[in-house]
Design a protein around this ligand. Structure first.
Ligand SMILES: Nc1ncnc2c1ncn2[C@@H]1O[C@H](COP(=O)(O)OP(=O)(O)OP(=O)(O)O)[C@@H](O)[C@H]1O
Length: 291
């Protein structure tokens, strides 16, 4: 598949703070991605570089095969920021009109549909909106842009559960009808896991893990049992977290566990459960052991 965006060995520092370090990342055409990382991991710096807002100190970024030069803003892209600089006095309708001028694939009837789905009054001024309503306006811009590459930074910030679900559902439906590349940057792995196909985890400015969600689901396990038995069973396996209690231990393993091994585990009194993705994310980052 063709790449719509590639970061090659990209770095960016602010004074002595290295925000992004020699980072490689590739987004293919027509695929849904998640970018995960805790506070200060470097997500916003990376996204700003992808969108041409800041220029890397080292390495380079290609969008649709063209290397970004300083000052370039890639035309194929809609970058929906967590905080945007919308003029507070503008009405929602005006914001959508401005956005339509920037995005050649803009779908105005779809934007209207989304206004209704999100129960937004287009005559409201930006400054009259709650945090969640502001996120919804951003999300309408991202979805209706139908840009070949759309980046959402924390798209569900401030949204209640119903609106979150509605956003993800509309995004998936629209993606199915109009395939394109979408990157969701967030710290809510469990929420985006059913939505995205591949996940990048960023930690201290570097990619800690790049993996298909299905593979993570298949290989992320939580084992519990006698400490000795666990040690013997996990020998040679990729253990990303361990915790002892008395004679027992609890370990998170990121590796395949076949049928024969499951039988062996059972004979050793070890229980094996799937590891919830949010836990997987936390353990991986805490332990810093992606490989
Ligand atoms: N303009 C800036 N000046 C100085 N340091 C900065 C600046 N922007 C970011 N940093 C630093 O760079 C690092 C990465 O920050 P960044 O905002 O990219 O992380 P993030 O993953 O988006 O975090 P969050 O999820 O909290 O928004 C942090 O250590 C941050 O303090």
């Amino acid at each position: 598949m063709n790449a719509i965006l590639e970061c090659r060995n990209v770095s960016k520092s602010y004074g002595s703070t290295a925000a992004v370090r020699r980072l490689d990342l590739k987004l293919e055409e027509n695929k849904l991605y998640g970018l995960l990382g805790r506070n200060g991991a470097g997500k916003t710096t990376l996204l700003n570089m992808m969108a041409g807002g800041i220029f890397p100190d080292g390495g380079h970024i290609e969008v649709a095969g063209t290397r970004l030069k300083q000052g370039d803003t890639p035309g194929h892209m809609c970058y929906v920021r967590e905080k945007n600089a919308f003029f507070g006095g503008a009405r929602i309708r005006e914001i959508l009109q401005i956005a339509s001028a920037f995005h050649p694939h803009w779908d105005a009837p779809f934007a209207e549909e989304l206004l209704q789905a999100f129960k937004l009054n287009p005559n409201k001024k930006i400054r009259q909106l709650s945090r969640g309503m502001e996120s919804l306006v951003n999300n309408i811009v991202g979805l209706a842009s139908r840009a070949p590459l759309t980046i959402f930074d924390e798209p569900v910030l401030g949204l209640d559960v119903l609106m979150r679900e509605k956003f993800y559902k509309l995004l998936l439906e629209d993606y199915a009808n109009h395939p394109r590349t979408i990157l969701l940057s967030t710290h809510l792995i469990d929420e985006i896991a059913p939505v995205v196909e591949r996940i990048y985890i960023i930690e201290s400015g570097s990619i800690l893990l790049s993996e298909e969600v299905d593979n993570i689901r298949m290989d992320a396990h939580l084992l519990q049992g006698n400490g000795e038995a666990i040690r013997s069973f996990t020998n040679g396996k990729r253990v990303i977290y361990e915790e002892s209690y008395g004679n027992g231990s609890l370990v998170a393993v990121y590796d395949s566990i076949g049928k024969a091994e499951r039988e062996r585990a059972a004979s050793l009194g070890i229980t094996i459960d799937g590891l919830p993705l949010q836990k997987f994310f936390a353990y991986l980052i805490e332990g810093g052991r992606a490989s």
